[in-house]
Design a protein around this ligand. Structure first.
Ligand code: SF4
Length: 224
């Protein structure tokens, strides 16, 4: 018999590591670091259509001392690299970096002496997001994957060692699967089967008959 069976409903049970990680991932404030075209997509997630506020992240911080997540959106030039590093150094721990777009991730098509060939030459990167530019949905997906990674972070060196020895790895499950209701696929299949049965029995006239197979262009031409 476990402790949870002795406690009344409403008592929250969790280990400290999970609780700390949950508070961290649920209140990440991004540092504004838009450098090129990708920044427009990054700004879009702040609007009502994509609504990054759902994740407690609506406050894009203009001061690095109040930010945890640096979204590097756009190409980083050699001239900008020391500025980027300085801003990163001013962010308090724990902090995370998301390289948004191919330019930030690897220099992209700007294979020249002026552009840093990947922001990981300047700061450690936690999440790479491909695309040119990545759509706002892709940025949200990368943020959700980063949340999953944060939830799995050990809170001290001993826990880190234990995790390393146990061989645990963060599963990178697509957000569409991770956040879908558990039995979504089965429910949809059952609904379709029930609708087909009702159609066959004619018990629900609102469903109508099944659409006939679409005509091929040759049949249309012949007036058949
Ligand atoms: S990845 Fe594409 S959209 Fe993003 S900064 Fe580079 S060129 Fe612009």
């Amino acid at each position: 018999m476990g402790l949870e069976e002795q406690l009344p409903n409403g008592i929250l049970l969790a280990n400290v590591e999970k609780l700390v990680n949950w508070t961290r991932k649920a209140s990440m404030w991004p540092a504004t670091f838009g450098l090129a075209c990708c920044a427009i997509e990054m700004m879009t997630v702040g609007g009502s259509r994509y609504d990054i506020a759902r994740f407690g992240m609506e406050r894009f911080s203009a001061t690095p001392r109040q930010a945890d997540l640096m979204i590097v959106a756009g190409r980083v030039t050699n001239k900008m690299a020391p500025v980027l590093r300085q801003i990163y150094d001013q962010m308090p721990e724990p902090r995370w970096v998301l390289a948004m777009g191919v330019c930030a991730s690897s220099g992209g098509m700007f294979n020249n002496y002026a552009v840093v060939q990947g922001v990981d030459h300047v700061v450690p990167v936690d999440m790479y997001l491909p695309g040119c530019p990545p759509r706002p949905e892709m940025l949200l997906d990368a943020i959700l994957k980063l949340h999953a990674k944060i939830m799995d972070e050990p809170i001290n060196a001993k826990r880190a060692q234990l995790k390393l020895e146990s061989g645990e790895r963060t599963p990178m499950i697509p957000s569409s699967e991770r956040y879908a209701p558990k039995n979504w696929a089965q429910r949809r299949r059952a609904e379709r089967q029930q609708a087909a049965q009702r159609r066959e029995l004619g018990s629900d006239p609102s469903l109508g008959a099944l659409d006939p197979a679409p005509k091929r262009p040759r049949e249309l031409k012949a007036g058949r």
